[in-house]
Design a binder for this molecule. Structure first.
Ligand code: ATP
Ligand code: MG
Length: 322
């Protein structure tokens, strides 16, 4: 039986790049695709940016490929991530031959806590002009992330935190991650997240795998997109114990949506992570190699220094895989 992949292209360039990744998956494997809607466009018709059938499709599929949602992103992405019970967001950021980068020696992976922190959703308006949020950090979620990090990076990792200021929340995060790592004989170093941001810009080659609380992981991985040549190159995987949701780090990019020039690499690389998650390591590697070859030789979209369209890049990727 072929594995089932839910496909949720969403808004803006999501709808332009996800079909490319589907064609790539089709070229290397035998999958059955379940197409589902989410985002601004479906909300305009139904008032619901995440229809129940889409949530169910993601919860039932072996893996989900998601594009982007515009204004409704918070109401789409967070519930989709919880539909697959994902507790870690894996965000690799590396450079590619052929693509100009601010820091050509960057090869980082951020392991971002994916369920709590300031994104736990406990926002409130206490009075006009007075708002709060509650930052949630639990030992359970921190330990689950740390166990994953130990498997992912047995040679060691960096723990990003701000435990000197957020003593309770990041104190618990840092202590828990370090305890789990020690129990697994995995070496760690810790880094204050603000100083780490500076060091990543100056010397990213000093870092490899960085384990982060939710917001820090979001910000530091976008920062690293700037180091490697743009958001069009960054894939991500939201992983749960049994399922995963795979999506580019970029959003719907309304400024270029509809022009047919979106870079499909981030989404195609997300599809490579999906393949590896499902155990298809060889196919994942073939897809990565195809992306590397096309980025090195062209055709390339304008964001990475070329003049090609999304379709020209798609055709070149499929030719590599043919
Ligand atoms: P959203 O609110 O949906 O996140 P955004 O305006 O923040 O949308 P992003 O998708 O986050 O836009 O991207 C920021 C900018 O980076 C875009 O405006 C676009 O110029 C560029 N960009 C992002 N992804 C790509 C891509 N795949 N190809 C080309 N350019 C991209
Ligand atoms: Mg954005």
């Amino acid at each position: 039986m072929s594995e089932e992949i839910a496909v949720v292209p969403g808004d803006g360039i999501g709808a332009e790049v996800v079909p490319v990744a589907v064609d790539v998956l089709d070229a290397v494997g035998d999958f059955s695709f379940v197409h589902a809607d989410a985002g601004d466009a479906v909300a305009a018709e139904t008032d619901d940016p995440l229809p129940e059938e889409t949530r169910e499709a993601a919860a039932a599929a072996d893996a989900t490929l998601f594009g982007a949602a515009g204004e409704t992103a918070a109401d789409v992405v967070l519930p989709l991530r919880s539909a697959v019970d994902s507790f870690v967001n894996v965000r690799p950021a590396r450079t590619y031959p052929g693509v100009d980068a601010l820091q050509p020696d960057t090869d980082l992976v951020f392991l971002r806590e994916n369920t709590e922190g300031v994104y736990a959703g406990h926002e409130a308006t206490l009075a006009d002009g007075v708002t709060t949020t509650t930052r949630v950090v639990t030992r359970e979620a921190s330990a689950r992330l740390a166990e994953f990090a130990c498997d992912y990076a047995p040679e060691g990792f960096t723990v990003a935190h701000k435990a000197n200021v957020m003593r309770e929340t990041d104190g618990l995060f840092k202590q828990t991650v370090e305890d789990v790592a020690e129990g697994n004989d995995v070496p760690t170093e810790d880094a204050l997240m603000d100083a780490l941001a500076m060091h990543l810009v100056q010397s990213p080659e000093d870092y490899d795998v960085v384990v982060c609380p939710n917001l820090a992981g979001d910000v530091l991985s976008d920062l690293s997109a700037g180091l490697v040549g743009g958001l069009g190159l960054l894939p991500s995987a939201n992983l749960g114990p049994e399922r995963g949701l795979f999506e580019p780090v970029h959003g719907s990019a309304p400024d270029i949506a509809g022009e047919g020039v979106a870079n499909p690499a981030a989404t195609v690389l997300s599809a490579a992570m999906l393949l590896e998650f499902l155990g298809h390591d060889d196919e994942g590697q073939r897809v990565r190699s195809a992306v590397e070859t096309v980025l090195a030789e062209g055709p390339r979209t304008p964001d990475v220094g070329g003049e090609a369209s999304t379709k020209e890049m798609r055709d070149a990727l499929l030719a590599q895989l043919g």
